[in-house]
Design a binder for this molecule. Structure first.
Ligand SMILES: [Zn+2]
Length: 278
């Protein structure tokens, strides 16, 4: 085992990309299970998931999340399941309707910011309610840092006991109208983590063409990496990614270049302080 294995998270579906953008985007639960299984075999240890209606529109249906969980537990044993609480901005508590299923993890946005064509609303009372539900159902949050203030907010919530264990923080860069893919900011995020949350591991996600850049930066800097069709549907300007697994393989190659092993699901669970696999 290397000193610092890299956890690869695959964000399989999201709430935005459609088959028209890339036919490999998995929409139905069975497509999601198949796509995740390929990504799992390629080296992903976390599956970040949203669910969709059959017409491709975003859904918060806990029953769909339950079917996805069952399928992934069967086909990807040990894989860490992370459900999104972010995809239905404006939907209020519906966003946490799947938390009673006790997925290993769930994403948690702790502040608001702009998205490409709207405000991504995360009012303090909703953030606190989602965090409390995660404590109740033993779900580890992954804090989505769309902004520097979100790292400070994670540290403040941890200090008040609103987040159990050490927070796992993800830097998100390259969302239009939010934080761009900016090297100096990225380095400052890392410094801020070391100062405010020195025990916490961190990961990073880049949107669109920024995915590859952020994967490179995160792996080289000792962090963990997120990829997948939710954030980016292309391998390069002219080539669509054939699958989620293809984007995972790209991160595996980056890890090799930087002498890092890819975390197994057991290693990832240890690093994140998660319960053993169901
Ligand atoms: Zn997501």
């Amino acid at each position: 085992m290397s000193q610092n294995p890299c956890i690869i998270c695959v964000a399989i579906t999201g709430s935005v990309p459609q088959k028209a953008d890339n036919p490999a985007v998995p929409i139905t639960v069975s497509e999601q299970v198949e796509s995740t299984h390929e990504a799992f075999e390629a080296g992903a240890s976390i599956c970040h998931a949203h669910v969709r209606n059959d017409d491709g529109s975003p859904s918060s249906d806990p029953e769909k999340f339950a079917r996805l969980k069952e399928g992934l537990e069967t086909h990807c044993p040990g894989m860490i399941l992370q459900f999104s609480t972010g995809g239905r901005s404006g939907a209020g508590k519906e966003r946490g309707g799947h938390l009673p299923l006790s997925p290993d993890m769930a994403s948690l946005s702790v502040g608001s910011n702009n998205f490409p064509s709207r405000v991504y609303e995360n009012p303090p009372d909703l953030v606190d309610w989602l965090a409390q539900e995660m404590l109740t159902y033993d779900v580890k949050p992954e804090i989505e840092a769309f902004d520097l203030s979100h790292i400070h907010q994670a540290a403040a919530m941890f200090a008040k006991g609103k987040i159990a264990q050490t927070p796992y923080v993800q830097f998100v860069m390259g969302v239009k109208n939010a934080m761009p893919v900016d090297r100096e900011t990225f380095d400052f995020y890392i410094q801020t983590m070391a100062r405010l949350l020195p025990e916490s591991p961190w990961c990073a996600a880049g949107i669109g063409a920024g995915q590859l850049t952020i994967n490179e930066w995160a792996v080289a800097a000792g962090g963990h990496a997120r990829c997948g069709l939710e954030d980016n549907v292309r391998l390069d300007k002219t080539t669509l990614a054939p699958s989620n697994a293809a984007l995972v393989t790209r991160v595996v190659d980056i890890c090799a270049k930087h002498d890092r092993t890819v975390a197994s699901t057991a290693e990832a669970r240890k690093i994140l302080g998660l319960r053993p696999a169901a």
